[in-house]
Design a protein. Structure first.
Length: 217
């Protein structure tokens, strides 16, 4: 669960708060500087890293690993991080740094341009990345085919289906998802392996008729 700035201020010691103040100021400065540059003059070199990106990597060391996700998320938001920066931090980062990117995508103005990062995380076997990848951004941006496979990836890797944002909304009445779940369950059973409990939860949703539209809708 990501913490707000106010919650972090209550948890961090004086040194960590001072470091965070400086880091967020650097991020805000970068956002303001980019806002004054015309789009056709913008430099998106993958090697042009502003100071706040170095802070992003050091968040755990200065604010504690328990708060690193929240600190990194705040930096991305304060910097209004563009796709070039988000991609750079993801591709060059540790698993923890990648997770923070994934957790923040829905709060950045990136449209569907960051979907390759979600797709990359869903190809991984790191359950922390898979769980972060199926958050609100994926719920809003993944097409039905990719989203169904993301749900199956959770089941296959042991990520709780509760991690899937808007699961009830997107799974409800999805006949193709129901078919895929049945096939997956049959394969597990044939191999003498347990069927994940979460599968029955999702299957129940997929077999439920979509809600009838109201007059207002």
């Amino acid at each position: 669960m990501l913490k707000s700035r106010e919650e972090l201020d209550a948890d961090l010691d004086d040194a960590a708060r001072a470091w965070l103040d400086e880091a967020l100021a650097e991020a805000a400065h970068d956002a303001a500087a980019r806002a004054t540059v015309r789009a056709d003059d913008a430099v998106n070199s993958p090697y042009a890293s502003p100071p706040w990106e170095l802070r992003y990597a050091a968040a755990g060391r200065h604010c504690g690993t328990a708060h690193a996700d929240s600190v990194r998320s705040l930096l991305l938001i304060e910097a209004r991080a563009p796709l070039a920066a988000v991609t750079r931090l993801y591709e060059q980062g540790t698993a923890a740094e990648r997770r923070a990117v994934l957790l923040t995508l829905h709060r950045l103005d990136l449209g569907s341009t960051a979907l390759p990062l979600v797709e990359d995380a869903l190809r991984a076997n790191d359950t922390r990345l898979v769980a972060a990848a199926v958050g609100p951004y994926a719920a809003a941006r993944l097409d039905p085919h990719a989203w169904r496979h993301a749900v199956l990836k959770c089941l296959f890797t042991g990520v709780p289906v509760e991690a899937v944002a808007r699961l009830g909304e997107r799974a409800r009445g999805d006949a193709e998802l129901a078919r895929m779940l049945r096939d997956f369950a049959a394969e597990r059973t044939a191999a003498g392996r347990d069927v994940p409990a979460g599968l029955h939860t999702v299957l129940g949703l997929a077999l439920t008729s979509p809600a009838a539209p109201t007059e207002e809708s």
